[in-house]
Design a protein around this ligand. Structure first.
Ligand code: BGC
Length: 774
């Protein structure tokens, strides 16, 4: 840490002891109001201006090259309690206010795996599946368990607030952090995020829903102005946050870096106070993203109570604004009060002990399970999967030997290991062709040695595919039973993905797939493709070459075991896509104008703590409005590679017995019976879409309003899933009225296995228009 501890503490007991022993004198600690004992107003009143300002700005952050004005000088008490945590708040010990520790991030607890003061010991955390993989499970109970496990690890390491869930909408496949986010649809995103929040917070660790809002890509994220109309904002970009805020009640919210229709989100009173607090009833703390925004005083006024990681410049600005009369001291007091309310909920305040020894074994079991549950079987022809028992495999593609557990940047967890695919498949009873693993290992290390050095926070550059001579592939096809080719993709914070060789396959990957398909198909043998990726890629041009495609996502540290579980059939895949896989990138409406345009040249004075957080004036207009994902593809009847909600199973399911009860004013109730009609036990995700009549507004053909997942159903077994849709959630946002409006007329409730595979549907009538305040 750059910051030294405070020297302002006094020793209260000694002062008391110096006075007459006959008269019981109050100690200083008794005179000063103590947090949790005295009323909060008294604690706030006892703080000096400097202490108040210190409480609403974090402790600061240390890393090489950080400009002077981004550091935070000492006020209050500074403690570096957990090495490698993202940040901490300031303590004021004389009033019993401890410091809170905040750590990233979505896939697990991100802290340093080693500590200077504990040589020889390790402080690893479990790498869980990425956000998109968790969402693809469509399993709220599972995600809640993951949240609880992350909460347990955070508690064991003395973390008070976890900087997760990250839940910006997947507007476009090239968003660099899509891997951390959940879905193109706000209902999946919001409900999965709410489940994670519940899990974390039931363990007494706070969550932080982020990045609020419209931080859908990385390019110029610190300055870009996102222009989006209010209907799209309410229905697509804010809806998921609204669901999470209402259902999950996260202790904190993190505002985003970007501007929204003019002001920075962190300086937007409308976004942080009018919408979040007044309309959604949010009662926690809003913090900035790290170094986010520009004007600390405007942030205070907007209701962004905590500026993270906290800088000296921000503190000076707030003090000067209070002293100069530009910032009402009551606003500062309000913000301090909210920060103290957060402190009161924290483990630090409750002085709960921490062991530094989380149960990593238990978490590993859960990570493996969640990894497998989030996988999506995209294709399975001729019973290619599950693999025949003890099959002899040809594991091809360097991706098969370099599992990608998760993305890079603040969402990257320092895990102890990543289970490799050959290891996982080996344990499941499969063998690999002799010498293949060693050959790839040599190749990978030679190629990596040639790569330019990549900073730790950026995705590693991919190496080219190893070229195998056709004769070698033919020999493999003769000797082995099945070819498994893994295509890997990394991505992460600070940079968006690219089209060539990222969204699309590289020429080397295409060649490998083609030649492997030729060699194995010539002998009547199968090609299985595993996609170890963090976001949507192009599949239409090469998908026909594969007999089976398993979308494994980045499934966390147990990657090899989790993939082997599904390939072997130990786990029947039940994940479904939370994004549409389009035929080509240009089919996404956002492709026009992504990521935006720069308005001025590079600003040499712009804050750039990592050297790459370039802050050029830029803007992007979300002209696609509400036409994001399946809302566009299904309404405008655009052919896709794999529709939203799609995913195969090793068994089949029938849907019947749909009931719809729309008689109550407040909600629509529905139920459907799902029966496993195939040969294998399995789980099914049923999705409830609603088609609404057109009133004043154009409506999507259908919108997801609810979903459910069965338990593991044995062959022939049925389960009835029940759904409830709040009448308010049938409405669209009419910006001209500033209201949610549900039109009268005929609605259709459609239950399906994907957005394009509706199995049962029923109409219901709504007699009158309903209007709801935002
Ligand atoms: C990221 C946040 C993260 C924070 C702290 C920022 O760069 O955008 O998601 O929580 O850093 O590490």
């Amino acid at each position: 840490m750059l910051i030294k501890g405070s020297r302002r503490m006094v020793t209260p007991l000694l002062i008391g002891a110096a006075l007459s022993p006959l008269i019981v004198q109050p100690t200083l600690a008794q005179v000063l109001p103590q947090l949790g004992k005295a009323p909060l107003e008294q604690v706030v009143a006892a703080l000096t201006l400097q202490e108040k300002v210190a409480l609403v700005t974090g402790q600061g952050m240390a890393f090489p090259g950080l400009p002077e004005d981004m550091q935070a000088p000492a006020v209050g008490s500074i403690e570096n309690k957990v090495e490698g945590a993202a940040g901490a708040t300031v303590a004021v010990p004389r009033l019993g206010i401890p410091s809170l520790v905040l750590a990233d991030g979505p896939a697990g607890v991100r802290i340093s795996p080693t500590r200077k003061d504990a040589p020889g010991r390790s402080f690893h955390a479990t790498g869980f599946p990425i956000g998109t993989a968790l969402a693809s499970s469509w399993d709220r109970a599972l995600v809640q368990r993951v949240g609880a496990a992350i909460g347990d690890e955070a508690a064991a390491y003395g973390i008070d607030v976890m900087l997760t869930p990250a839940q910006n909408i997947h507007r476009y496949p090239l968003g660099g952090r899509n891997y951390e986010y959940y879905a193109e649809d706000p209902v999946v995103s919001g409900q999965i995020a709410a489940a994670l929040v519940k899990g974390l917070q039931e363990r007494g660790v706070g969550a932080s829903m982020k990045h609020y809002a419209v931080n859908n890509h990385e390019w110029n994220r610190s300055t870009i102005n996102v222009k989006v109309d209010e209907r799209a904002l309410r229905e697509i970009y804010l809806k998921g946050f609204e669901i999470t805020a209402r259902e999950g009640q996260p202790w904190t919210v993190m505002s985003s870096y970007n501007k929204l229709n003019g002001p920075y989100t962190s300086e937007s009173h409308w976004l942080l106070t009018d919408v979040l607090r007044a309309q959604w009833g949010y009662q926690g703390v809003v913090m900035t993203d790290w170094f986010g925004g520009h004007d600390a005083v405007a942030q205070m006024q907007a209701g962004n109570e905590l500026l993270m990681p906290g800088t000296g410049k921000q503190r000076q600005a707030i003090v000067a604004a209070v002293e100069g009369g530009e910032l009402d001291p009551a606003i500062l007091d309000r913000n301090v009060t909210r920060v103290l309310e957060l402190v009161l909920r924290s483990r630090a305040f409750k002085q709960l002990p921490h062991s530094d020894q989380p149960d990593l074994k238990a978490s590993a079991v859960l990570s493996r399970k969640a990894g497998a549950q989030g996988m999506v079987l995209l294709k399975n022809e001729g019973g290619a999967l599950p693999l025949p028992a003890a099959a002899r495999l040809a594991l091809l593609g360097h991706g098969s030997y370099e599992m990608i557990a998760g993305g890079t940047g603040s969402g990257d967890v320092n895990k102890a290991y990543i289970v490799g695919l050959p290891q996982g498949l080996g344990k499941a009873g499969f063998s690999n062709a002799d010498g293949l693993e060693a050959r790839y290992a040599r190749y990978i290390s030679q190629q990596k040695a040639k790569l330019p050095k990549t900073e730790w926070y950026l995705p590693q550059q991919r190496i080219p595919e190893l070229e195998l001579a056709p004769a070698q592939l033919q020999r493999l096809a003769a000797e082995q039973d099945v070819a498994v080719v893994t295509i890997g993709r990394g991505s992460g914070e600070f940079v968006d993905r690219s089209t060539e060789g990222d969204f699309s396959l590289t020429a080397g990957e295409r060649q490998l797939l083609q030649q492997t398909a030729d060699a194995f198909h010539a002998r009547g043998k199968k090609l299985v493709v595993v996609l170890n990726i963090g976001g949507v890629i192009e599949t239409a041009s090469w998908g026909a070459l594969a007999d089976a495609i398993l979308l494994a996502w980045q499934p966390g540290q147990e990657a090899g075991d989790a993939i082997a579980d599904v390939l072997s059939g130990a786990v029947n895949p039940s994940g479904k896509l939370s994004d549409t896989f389009a035929l080509q990138l240009s089919d996404y409406p956002a492709s026009k104008g992504f990521p935006g345009k720069e308005l001025l040249g590079p600003d040499p004075d712009a804050p750039s703590p990592f050297g790459i957080r370039t802050a050029r004036e830029a803007e992007v207009s979300y002209d696609d409005g509400i036409w994001v994902g399946y809302r566009h593809f299904d309404t405008h009847k655009v052919a896709v590679a794999y529709p939203f909600g799609f995913g195969l199973s090793y068994t089949t399911f029938d849907y019947d017995g749909l009931t719809v009860d729309a008689s109550s004013e407040g909600r629509v109730r529905a139920s459907v019976r799902i029966t496993n009609t195939g040969p294998t036990a399995g789980r099914e995700v049923a999705q409830v879409y609603v088609s609404a009549p057109h009133g004043a507004l154009q409506k999507p053909a259908q919108e997801l309003r609810a979903f459910g997942k069965t338990d593991l159903l044995q062959p022939g077994q049925s389960q009835v899933l029940q759904f409830e849709i709040d009448a308010r959630d049938l409405a669209s946002f009419d910006s001209s009225r500033g209201r949610w409006v549900a039109d009268p007329g005929s609605y259709s409730l459609r239950v399906g296995a994907s957005s394009r595979d509706i199995r049962v549907q029923q109409a219901f009538e709504k007699e009158q228009e309903s209007e709801y305040a935002p």
